[in-house]
Design a protein around this ligand. Structure first.
Ligand SMILES: Nc1nc2c(c(=O)[nH]1)N[C@H]1C(S)=C(S)[C@@H](COP(=O)(O)O)O[C@H]1N2
Ligand SMILES: [Mo]
Length: 414
């Protein structure tokens, strides 16, 4: 297993090749040689002044995930995937954040002035908060990803939106759950919490007290504004690094209890197989190359910045490696900025494509030393063998992309 740093100086030395091999820059008028101006202007409206809108030339959209249309004929939303292939940086715009629901949801239309949060159960002082009261408390702002346990790639998927679009990363603002629990006074033996959304048992999950006291956030802010209705307005739990289902949206009640409470969320997650027996809590180290990725087309041989996202429920991403030969040799990718704990981390790798068929992969290591497994290793863990192991439960295995000699990019899961 070789390891070689993708070297910026190497890349700079290749500058001549880059300039020669690519058409850079804006369109010029062939007659005058002058840069052309815009073809039209966007008419100002009160709406656009009040709340902006993206360019009509930018058309990146979320799509239904898992073959079930959203909204369905009854107006219910199911799973909806984010367009990771178009992502830059690490923040998912709120309008493009993936949506996860436990068996379909109507998005609640909650008046924040009427909304209340109750904390009760095994506490000394049961408390009820208005949103205004919550906002007066000390707050924190943190970058965190959320990922649905259903974010599972298979060989029929063609794009990274299909293989990995059920994760997103936002800047979350809110009150630490520990602040509220300390105020309420957790009683001896209160080792679990049931965090419930406005749909009652359907939106509830059991969270260990240790996690709640460590880093859970009750958020009213997302990417610099109020949390969006689809993400849990006016208040949602962010349980950093835990499976999506624990990140209760539209939170209205937190009950401190003495044991794991079964809820609607456990339905469908219980099997005889202990490897798969329950919800999985912490997301494993995971990464995916978003560019080039399935369905994209490389115009020809030459320089490319291979770019992707890495994350882990175990902490910050400490290393990302890229392979261009189907996982035989690995080279260190550059990590963009400072990796945050339980947050998407952008990586990049300077690559010269020689035009021959090859397979790109990425794998990540997190700060506690966990290494992302290959698909075969993950299959082995789930007691599956053969060339096409079916990864059940949470799937954090390596995603392979095959580049054909014509520059087309394909999902290479066998
Ligand atoms: N109240 C409530 N919270 C919920 C759910 C739900 O259906 N109801 N779905 C969960 C699931 S399955 C996931 S993956 C995450 C998705 O969060 P997002 O829609 O903001 O991406 O929310 C979780 N929180
Ligand atoms: Mo989910």
């Amino acid at each position: 297993m070789g390891s070689k740093k993708s070297d910026r100086r190497e890349f700079l030395k290749q500058g001549a090749a880059l300039a020669g091999g690519m058409t850079l820059g804006a369109a010029t008028n062939s007659a005058t040689g002058q840069l052309e101006g815009p073809e039209a202007f966007i008419q100002g409206t009160d709406e656009l002044v009040g709340y902006g809108k993206r360019s009509r030339f930018v058309t990146s959209e979320r799509i239904a995930h898992g073959g079930r249309p959203s909204p369905d004929t009854f107006g219910l939303d199911f799973h909806i995937a984010a367009p990771l292939q178009d992502s830059v940086g690490v923040i998912t715009p709120s309008s493009l954040h993936y949506i996860g629901t436990t068996r379909g949801a109507y998005v609640p239309d909650i008046d924040p002035d009427k909304h209340r949060l109750m904390i009760h159960g095994m506490v000394d002082r049961p408390l009820v908060f208005t949103m205004e009261e919550l906002k007066r408390l000390p707050s924190v702002t943190r970058l965190h990803f959320i990922e649905c346990a259903g974010n599972r790639a298979n060989r029929r998927h063609t794009t990274v939106q299909e293989t990995h679009g059920m994760t997103s990363c936002a800047e979350w603002t809110g009150v630490l759950l520990s602040t509220l629990l300390e105020e309420a006074g957790v009683q001896e033996g209160g080792d679990w919490l049931v965090v419930e959304g406005v749909e009652e048992v359907k939106g509830a999950s059991s969270i260990p007290m240790t996690k709640a006291m460590d880093d859970c956030l009750l958020c009213y802010g997302m990417n610099g504004e109020a949390v969006r209705p689809q993400q849990g307005f006016p208040l949602r739990l962010v349980a950093p690094g835990f499976e999506g289902i624990f990140n209760t949206k539209w939170v209205r009640r937190i009950k401190v209890v003495d044991q794991y409470y079964m809820t609607y969320n456990d339905f469908g997650h219980l099997t005889q197989d202990p490897v798969n027996a329950a919800l999985g809590y912490q997301i494993g180290p995971k990464s995916v190359i978003t560019c080039p990725s399935g369905g994209q087309q490389l115009p020809g041989p030459g320089f490319y910045e291979v770019s992707g996202l890495a994350w882990s429920g175990g902490g910050a991403v400490s290393r990302v490696e890229v392979s261009t030969d189907g996982g035989q040799t690995w080279m260190d990718a550059d990590i963009r900025g400072t990796a945050q704990r339980m947050a998407h981390t952008r990586f990049s790798f300077n690559w010269e494509w020689d035009g021959s068929e090859c397979e790109l992969q990425s794998r990540c290591t997190d700060e506690i030393g966990q290494l992302q497994p290959s698909r075969a290793q993950a299959g082995e863990f789930f007691n599956q063998s053969g060339s096409q192991p079916r990864v059940r439960g949470q799937d954090n295995s390596i995603q392979p992309w095959r580049i054909e000699s014509d520059g087309s990019v394909h999902n290479a899961i066998a």
